[in-house]
Design a protein around this ligand. Structure first.
Ligand SMILES: C[S@@+](CC[C@H](N)C(=O)[O-])C[C@H]1O[C@@H](n2cnc3c(N)ncnc32)[C@H](O)[C@@H]1O
Length: 251
């Protein structure tokens, strides 16, 4: 395990592998180790029963017509969500994965595209689903992704969060590893979500708070939302300022 970590660290820091190279490698090697989904055990049908049911409910209740699945991974569970959408778009940084999804599942109302959520403009949707993603990224990249969701002009964000599990969000040294994040804590400091869906995850011991928080992005963009900048480490720069700008300068 230690050797694996040292190698991964060297590839990322010394050989400067890009985020796309890192996740493409993980996809091709099935590094998350599930026999059912290349996105890992958390993306198996058994682990997503509640998620699928709750998302179907939200789509109906909030009159969601366009859904952006960011990132979509291999679309293993989302394809079983039964909903009347005008458009589903799944985006992911790994071209091979997106190609495979296009081959298997593309339809007039179901599309997939390669997108680096941390660095590129995110398309507007009624609902962005961001599940099991930010936890695999360093804080700066995770904040950049949230900033891009806010900037997209989308209406709602449904994102993985672990309410109350940690006192402080930790940095991640090796991209693609995992640690829990609480999106209400710095550097995200999102307001309390309008809804919290506990996934009732059984994959690991400390997963029992694993949830999807629902944020109305108009609330996040509101000028009265001042929570964003309590934490500002020296390594943490443009992404957080961008998030602050987006949330504090909106009308
Ligand atoms: C653990 S999977 C989760 C997929 C899906 N949300 C789910 O619940 O099954 C994480 C995915 O994030 C993708 N990814 C990593 N960095 C990304 C980035 N910067 N932009 C878009 N996708 C990214 C990876 O390729 C991988 O498919």
């Amino acid at each position: 395990m230690k050797t694996f970590r040292v190698r991964a660290f060297l590839r990322q820091r010394v050989m400067q592998h890009s985020m796309q190279q890192i996740f493409a490698r993980m996809y091709l090697r099935n590094s998350w180790g599930s026999g059912e989904s290349v996105s890992g055990e958390g993306s198996e049908l058994m682990q997503t029963a509640i998620v699928r049911r709750e998302i179907e409910g939200l789509i109906n209740e909030l009159h969601i017509k366009t859904l952006l699945d960011a990132p979509c991974g291999d679309y293993n569970w989302m394809r079983w969500v039964r909903a009347e959408l005008e458009q589903y778009t799944g985006v992911d940084i790994v071209p091979e994965l997106v190609q495979a999804n296009l081959r298997r599942y593309a339809a007039p109302r179901t599309q997939f595209a390669v997108l680096n959520i941390c660095e590129e403009q995110v398309p507007k949707a009624d609902l962005i689903v961001c599940r099991d993603f930010l936890v695999h990224l360093p804080l700066r990249a995770a904040v950049a992704a949230v900033a891009n969701f806010v900037a997209s002009g989308s209406k709602y964000l449904l994102a993985t969060t672990y309410p109350g599990l940690v006192r402080k969000n930790k940095e991640l040294i090796i991209i693609g590893n995992w640690r829990p994040l609480d999106l209400q804590l710095p550097p995200f400091s999102l307001p309390p979500p309008t809804r919290m869906v506990n996934e009732e995850c059984t994959a690991k011991d400390d997963f029992d708070t694993k949830s999807l928080g629902l944020w109305d992005l108009d609330d996040v963009r509101s000028p009265s939302q001042r929570g964003f900048t309590r934490w500002c480490g020296p390594r943490f720069t443009a992404a957080e300022s961008r998030l602050r700008e987006l949330t504090q300068n909106s009308p």
